[in-house]
Design a protein. Structure first.
Length: 373
């Protein structure tokens, strides 16, 4: 990314504006009070502070928009171009400020021939016009020097630190997501093997079929291990393989329904997003229920939002248990942390439950298509 395209954060902009305009206002107030003390000119503080704020505004515009576009590999040439741009900008500004001030105060201007009576102590109109020229020329060079030095020592340093902080934040986010995935995969594998182990002595043929389905799941996990997002259709295929393993253990007690819009199938979702939800529905909702139980998976895509719902009609939970839902297992807690890291805290699972009526988990995610991603 080029320097011209770097966008400072709100905090960096606020600090930069405070630096530039704070120093400018302080400098203007200093000269204004000095003139007030020497010449008893009560308009001097207002004039100098206003002019200094104008210099501050030009300084910030040079830092923000001009200097980044003048950067070249050679530092000497870069400083030369910045100096030239600053001299032109401050020359125009300085002469404009003095012309406005002299006109407002009724003093001899910079362009017209000076007229009017001489003041006491032999101060002629020509002298006053020469002072006006002095006020117009003198600020140009020191202001240019301060602008260039501050840009290289302060503003660029702040930009570099901000860019570095953003890069470190992205690296930390990537590392955390990888850690959450690494935590989830062994957790899922252990639960699946536990289900198969219960079938080996009871129904070896069904256990063998479950091992084959588990092999498909592991291939899916290995194939998608490095991807944060996959199409929802692939997640649903993986979910069917997982439910086949669970159905072998629960037999006819486990019923599964899917209601997925065709438009939602191509939407990208975080990989392994459905497995913890369905696992919780089966393990905590249906396994303790007497008689058959149903898991329903719903997907709707509308207005750039993908809504995923996993609903079971199992035993449900009390409010106290629901309040500690993320402390009860690894899968749901890891899913919450991943969604918070990927999308922000407003996209964590919305969970509702009633004892005897089941549990409903709703996810509202940004609808991203492969081409847009």
């Amino acid at each position: 990314m080029s320097a011209a395209l770097i966008r400072p954060s709100a905090t960096t902009r606020s600090r930069t504006l405070l630096l530039v305009f704070g120093v400018g206002a302080a400098t203007g107030l200093h000269f204004g009070l000095l003139h007030l003390f020497l010449w008893r000119n009560w308009a001097a503080p207002i004039t100098f502070v206003t002019a200094s704020l104008g210099y501050s505004a030009v300084t910030y515009l040079l830092w923000r928009y001009v200097f980044p576009r003048l950067r070249v590999e050679n530092l000497g040439l870069s400083v030369t171009l910045e100096t030239a741009a600053s001299l032109v900008a401050f020359f125009i500004l300085s002469f404009a400020v003095v012309m406005i001030a002299t006109s407002a105060l009724g003093l001899p201007g910079l362009l017209l021939h000076p007229e009017g009576p001489a003041m006491t102590i032999t101060i002629t109109p020509e002298d006053r016009q020469r002072w006006a020229y002095l006020y117009a020329v003198l600020p140009i060079f020191p202001t240019t020097m301060v602008t260039i030095i501050s840009y290289h020592l302060v503003f660029q340093r702040m930009q570099a630190l901000q860019t570095r902080a953003r890069e470190l934040s992205e690296l930390a986010a990537t590392a955390q997501l990888a850690a959450l995935r690494a935590q989830l995969n062994p957790h899922f594998l252990f639960n699946s093997l536990n289900s198969i182990a219960q079938l080996i002595h009871v129904d070896p043929d069904r256990a063998e079929a479950c091992v084959e389905r588990l092999a498909e799941l592991l291939r899916y996990v290995l194939k998608r291990a490095e991807k944060d997002f996959v199409p929802l259709a692939e997640e649903l295929d993986m979910m069917r393989a997982y439910l086949d393993i669970e159905r072998a253990r629960f037999d006819e007690r486990l019923q599964v329904e899917t209601d997925v819009e065709q438009a939602a199938l191509a939407t990208l979702v975080p990989n392994f997003i459905l497995q913890p939800l369905v696992e919780n529905a089966v393990k905590h909702g249906l396994s303790r229920k007497v008689g058959p139980g149903r898991v329903r998976i719903t997907a709707r895509a509308a207005k750039d939002v993908l809504m995923l719902i996993v609903h079971d009609d199992g035993v449900g939970m009390t409010d106290a248990t629901l309040g500690q839902i993320y402390e009860r297992g690894v899968g749901l807690r890891s899913l919450r942390d991943r969604l918070q890291r990927l999308y922000g805290p407003t996209h964590i699972p919305a969970i509702s439950s009633r004892p005897g009526e089941g549990t409903r988990v709703e996810l509202r995610l940004p609808a991203r298509l492969p081409d847009a991603a």
